[in-house]
Design a protein around this ligand. Structure first.
Ligand code: ATP
Length: 468
């Protein structure tokens, strides 16, 4: 056992950079090899390391163990203090004995791959067909107030697909983790290893599948495929707007799947009733299961996300630096990821080993100048009210005549465009309105702007005035 582990670490050292070896591999302790089950037990010092190693290195370790013991071997990771969990990317769901690991093969692994267990091959094939990204799991989804409900619902559905909430409808603004969460559900179900047919599809791709089926007169095949799935994950359903044939096909697929207790999970940038140009019978179906919002992350969550992402990328980020970035960049997780990439590239380029607030200020100059600029929501409300000759108080009042509602929507739109405020923050500043009302206003004005020259001109004037 000891000999195997030494060889295993040496082989991994040939493939991985030294910091990865010291961060992830050295802390592992080989415990035993169960001859009867062909299971190698390895312990990790904490839950975070366990999840990370399981997701990223289990495949390589299994390949090496399979080579060494000359039979298909599975690795079972366990916390140093106790409970064993078999290799599976998504963690929560227990795997049946001998199930495949579902972990993504690492293209960088140079070790010659011996034949894998049949179940592993099946699991990998299922993953390929599902179009799931194995990197997006519950294990690396940071939870906070903004997404805890959505995560709980997702876990529930992953544990009881087709039974608890069908469909599960997740909505929220850009870059808040909707796609991540639905991939996590898919990965969790595939990790079960019991042949579940899963498919992730972006709404755009579904539209183009419908077009292809139409051109090739292959609707039967199309229907058979989609209706046969056990779990359909469909992302950004708002892209179905105005696509009548697609909506019709989706309606049939939806009805067929739900009737057979097959699970459907949908994401959208807005809640069902706010979807525009979508058939009302579809909208009522969307709302018939569970509809949950993902909100923009609050400060503590933004800090946790930054620290988590920095650690997984091997970047040392002091907490004060994470707080500094999180205080300034408030809108979504994608933006935080971008900032982290910028800061670490900047630090590497300038030979700065430790990230400091000063390094961040330099690296994020452009982003921060936008968030620190003179444009405030109050500013926007006053400028827009003057422009349309209404009272500033009408920006937060509940009055809804068109001559007030439209300028208010314009102001919300500009607030989203020109400030770093999140939708709920903007809603608060407009008399405690719901973030979906703001989202609706933003989309409505963006759409109207592209069609009405007069409005577009007015917006240019307002933007110029505000930018000084
Ligand atoms: N809670 C979270 N923990 C860790 N990473 C997250 C979290 N939320 C989002 N991310 C990451 O942020 C990025 C953007 O998330 P994702 O693509 O899931 O957003 P989205 O809501 O689907 O956005 P869009 O509507 O633009 O498609 C991804 O890299 C995702 O992994």
């Amino acid at each position: 056992m000891k000999e195997f582990w030494q060889t295993c670490v040496q082989r991994l050292e040939q493939d991985l950079p030294p910091q990865q070896i010291s961060a992830w591999i050295r802390p592992l302790v080989p415990l035993a090899f169960d001859e009867a089950q062909a299971v190698l037990r390895v312990s990790a010092p904490n839950r975070f390391k366990l999840d990370w190693v399981r997701k990223n290195f289990s495949h390589q370790i299994e390949v090496l163990a399979t080579e060494w013991f000359e039979r298909p071997v599975q690795v079972a990771f366990e916390l140093a203090s106790g409970t064993a969990t078999r290799t599976a990317p998504a963690g929560r769901l227990p795997l049946p004995p001998k199930a495949g690991n579902g972990a993504q093969p690492d293209a960088s692994a140079k070790a010659p791959a011996p034949p894998l267990a049949a179940s592993s091959v099946a699991a990998e094939l299922a993953h390929d067909r599902s179009r799931l990204n194995t990197d997006l799991t519950f294990g690396n989804f940071v939870t906070g107030k903004a997404n805890q409900l959505a995560r709980a619902a997702a876990l529930q559905v992953a544990e009881n697909p087709g039974v608890s909430y069908n469909p599960l409808f997740l909505y929220g603004g850009v870059g808040l983790g909707k796609t991540h969460l639905i991939h996590a559900i898919g990965n969790a179900l595939l990790a079960n290893g019991n042949g579940t047919r899963v498919r992730y599809v972006h709404a755009d791709q579904y539209v183009s599948d419908v077009v292809k089926a139409y051109q090739r007169k292959a609707f039967d095949e199309f229907k058979r495929y989609y209706h046969s799935l056990d779990l359909l994950l469909i992302d950004d359903i708002q892209f179905f707007a105005g696509k009548n044939r697609t909506q019709e096909e989706f309606f049939y697929a939806f009805e067929a799947m739900v009737a057979q207790r097959k699970q459907i999970i949908i994401t959208s940038d807005t809640y069902p009733k706010e979807l525009s140009n979508i058939d009302s019978r579809l909208i009522s179906r969307f709302d018939s299961g569970l509809t949950v919002a993902i909100e923009p992350p609050e400060l503590e969550m933004r800090v946790a996300i930054l620290l988590h992402k920095a650690e997984t990328e091997g970047v040392t980020m002091p907490e004060e630096v994470a707080f500094f970035i999180a205080k300034h960049l408030r809108s979504n997780v994608r933006e935080l990821e971008g900032a982290l990439r910028k800061v670490s590239a900047y630090a590497r380029f300038h030979g700065r080993e430790v990230l400091t607030v000063d390094v961040c200020k330099d690296a994020l100059k452009d982003l921060l100048s936008v968030s620190n600029g003179q444009i405030t929501v109050e500013n926007i409300q006053k400028t827009v009210a003057d422009f349309y000759k209404i009272k500033v108080a009408d920006m937060y009042s509940k009055r809804r005549p068109a001559n007030i509602a439209m300028p208010r929507q314009v102001a919300m739109y500009l607030a989203k465009e020109l400030t770093q405020k999140s939708l709920p923050e903007i809603g608060d500043l407009f008399g405690g309105r719901d973030h979906t009302t703001v989202l609706h206003a933003v989309r409505k004005i963006a759409d109207a702007r592209s069609k009405q020259t007069e409005l577009n001109h007015a917006l240019h004037v307002l933007e110029q005035t505000l930018k000084g």
